[in-house]
Design a protein around this ligand. Sequence first.
Ligand SMILES: [Ca+2]
Ligand SMILES: [Ca+2]
Ligand SMILES: [Ca+2]
Length: 222
Amino acid sequence: MAIYENASEITVKMMNLSDASARTAASKSHSDEDGTTVPGGKLLRHVAVSFCLLCVLQVALNISLRLALCIEENYKTLTEERDELKRKLSNFAHYSNQGWVYFSSSFYYISSIKETWQDSRDDCVRRGADLMIINSEEEQEFTRKYRQIMWIGLTDRETEEVWKWVDGTLLTTSFWHSGEPNNYEGTNEDCVAVNYHDYKNSWNDLECVIKNFWICEKKMTL
Ligand SMILES: [Ca+2]
Ligand SMILES: [Ca+2]
Ligand SMILES: [Ca+2]
């Protein structure tokens, strides 16, 4: 009886082993199924990661290019500004050394000899300037302190009584002395000088062929 009991036990154990083997086989088969999908998933992940890296690289490249362009533009602007400043400083030095006086964004040159209005103007042009244009009360006051009769850049040579500055602009603010302009005693007075320097309104029209000192103006700002 003991033998039969053992044999039965053995049979049960064998059956259990068989079940276990079957489960293992099933499990292995599942694992095999996974095994066929896992390499494909890895590939997809690799592709996705590579794509992201490419995007990041593209963005980084774009930023770098923009920065490079920006730096180049800034450098160009700075170089141009530096050159412009150097040119202006050189001009400032030039006019200062030539005895010009700086006042209110312009350099002024007062002649030491007398010439006709046209010769005076020609001299100013040769010096890179023109006869003075009086745009403000400050400029008018500035002329008075020299206490000289000086040609300025105002004339009605083109059309009588149409007063124009040498830059072609029409006269708006004027500082005519009392009774001027008057074509004195029927003469042809077409050129203007700062004349009566004791008065705020100091302008006088005179014949252009008269010789006077003159004042040139060269506008210049830093
Ligand atoms: Ca002026
Ligand atoms: Ca006139
Ligand atoms: Ca006059």
